[in-house]
Write a protein that binds this ligand. Structure first.
Ligand SMILES: NC(=O)c1ccc[n+]([C@@H]2O[C@H](COP(=O)([O-])OP(=O)(O)OC[C@H]3O[C@@H](n4cnc5c(N)ncnc54)[C@H](OP(=O)(O)O)[C@@H]3O)[C@@H](O)[C@H]2O)c1
Length: 224
């Protein structure tokens, strides 16, 4: 069945893994809403893969989304809210306003803008909104205040969106702890629980992004 999958932050980590799995599906059009392409993605022919260059920290995201009206027809659309930042990992007393603005822009506002755009412009399509959430949305972790709070915010935003839009699907999915750049930056950060995160890597407990991408695509009904 023809479908379109839009993924934010699709150039590395879990986002890139989604693309690697989906690119083999000829019925799938992939749209990457990211700041850049991965080296592999530069080689993809443009037929099934489209790149919209966008920095989710910047204003005027809505203007970047306008091109979607030319790329999407009547097919089902999956919108994967994947891009996220965790830095700065510092105590609340050390937060500065620029960091607050950036986390709110990337982790919160851009997601609301994208969800609003799809509900406003593609309400006749079958829409599946997939929020890549985190255990941190429901658990207070010292020095992660911006990340935990932003993840909790979007989880609730999705729940309200679901209550208003019963004809569409909304998923909040915790992918578990994965071997990506985000984990690498956490291991180099200063927070009380950091040794546990170092042990997860040392003990081979981190999931591969490809395995997680496959599991999530099954959960949302794209692949068997
Ligand atoms: N890794 C874990 O253990 C873990 C656990 C629970 C939940 N998660 C969640 O899983 C999702 C994927 O995480 P990950 O581990 O793959 O993270 P990652 O390796 O840090 O990758 C983050 C992605 O977000 C993009 N991004 C960041 N800032 C952006 C901006 N301003 N504009 C556009 N794109 C931006 C990055 O692009 P650039 O290359 O341009 O920076 C990158 O593609 C996130 O929502 C994360 O919260 C991860």
């Amino acid at each position: 069945m023809k479908k379109t999958v839009l993924i934010t932050g699709a150039n590395r980590g879990l986002g890139e893994a989604f693309v690697k799995v989906l690119i083999k599906d000829e019925d799938c059009t992939i749209i990457s809403l990211s700041r850049r392409l991965s080296v592999e993605q530069m080689e993809y022919a443009s037929g099934n893969f489209h790149f919209i260059e966008a920095d989710l920290a910047k204003a005027h995201l809505i203007e970047k989304l306008e091109v979607l009206k030319d790329l999407i027809g009547e097919e089902p659309v999956y919108i994967v809210n994947n891009a996220s930042i965790i830095e700065p990992v510092v105590g609340i007393a050390d937060l500065d306003e620029a960091a607050m603005d950036k986390t709110i822009a990337v982790n919160v506002k851009s997601t609301m803008v994208i969800v609003t755009f799809f509900l406003g412009n593609f309400n006749k399509n079958n829409l599946s909104f997939v929020n890549i959430s985190s255990g941190a949305a429901n658990r207070a972790i010292s020095n992660w205040s911006l990340y935990c709070s932003s993840k909790a915010f979007i989880q609730m935003f999705f729940k309200v969106a679901e209550s208003e839009n019963k004809q569409h699907q909304f998923f909040n999915i915790d992918p578990g702890v994965m071997d990506t750049g985000m984990q690498e930056s956490l291991r180099a950060s200063d927070f009380p629980d950091v040794e546990n995160f170092k042990d997860l890597k040392k003990d081979g407990q981190l999931k591969t992004p490809i395995d997680v991408a496959r599991d999530i695509l099954k959960t949302i009904g794209i692949h068997q």
